[in-house]
Design a protein around this ligand. Structure first.
Ligand SMILES: [Fe+2]
Ligand SMILES: [Fe+2]
Length: 242
């Protein structure tokens, strides 16, 4: 079993980030997480071995993204905003923290996944999403969340996960939040000066990097869904630069 979560009296305590271990991960919305997690954890522990390992592999990458998003919305973006924008970003940061907490709880019920995802490259990718150009930063986050939505849609339709109704509704809850984040982030990118016609170029760039980063997880996706990732305008052959 994974041991990322620190348990205190059976409840998830404030944990260190899995992908960003120098920072606390989700101090605030534990109550929401605990309310959502209960039945889905029972689903997770009943997954057969090869499905459980594949799911853990995919969740490892998703957890890294959720931690990154939680920090981005909670610190670098919300901290430099004011008024309604700040409140909207803080609400997204809370969503991301709930997602990270949910995924962490699911991971705690799964076997250790083989470390075929490059955590260092993942950290670099998520750090490079940041930009002093807020329009670009929001556009990149919108592109990433849109790709995460597509990946979650694949998992939600997976026949391997179909018997796990609570787990699938947990994934659907995350997807629905991410779809809202895409709308908010795109609107903020435009408000901060991004031209609408430039959004697709930013998305293609993010998808190209994601295709490289996620390539080692393709076998896991195939085990659960029978197909490879559909990240959007996926471009093969791109390199994730340091
Ligand atoms: Fe999220
Ligand atoms: Fe998000």
């Amino acid at each position: 079993m994974n041991s990322i979560v620190t348990e205190r009296g059976g409840s998830p305590a404030v944990a260190r980030g899995a992908c960003f271990p120098d920072r606390p991960a989700w101090p605030r919305p534990l109550m929401k997480c605990e309310a959502l997690v209960h039945d889905s954890v029972n689903d997770v522990v009943r997954l057969p071995g090869h499905h459980a390992t594949a799911f853990a592999t995919l969740l490892g990458f998703l957890l890294c993204g959720e931690e990154s998003a939680s920090h981005a919305f909670g610190d670098s973006l919300a901290g430099a905003s004011s008024g309604a924008e700040r409140a909207a970003l803080a609400a997204i940061a809370d969503d991301e923290a709930v997602h990270a907490c949910l995924i962490d709880q699911w991971l705690a019920g799964l076997p250790e996944a083989p470390s075929d995802l490059d955590l260092a490259a993942s950290r670099r990718f998520f750090k490079r999403l940041q930009s002093r150009d807020r329009a670009l930063h929001f556009a990149r986050i919108a592109a990433l969340d849109a790709s995460v939505c597509r990946m979650l849609s694949q998992l939600i339709r997976s026949t391997a996960l179909a018997p796990c109704r609570s787990l699938v509704s947990g994934l659907a809850r995350i997807r629905s939040d991410e779809a809202r984040h895409v709308s908010v982030s795109r609107a903020l990118a435009l408000r901060h000066g991004m031209h609408r016609e430039d959004l697709s170029g930013v998305a293609a760039d993010i998808d190209a990097q994601l295709a490289v980063l996620m390539a080692p997880a393709e076998p896991a996706m195939r085990v659960l869904t029978g197909s490879t990732f559909r990240l959007g305008q996926t471009v093969r052959g791109a390199t994730v630069t340091a």
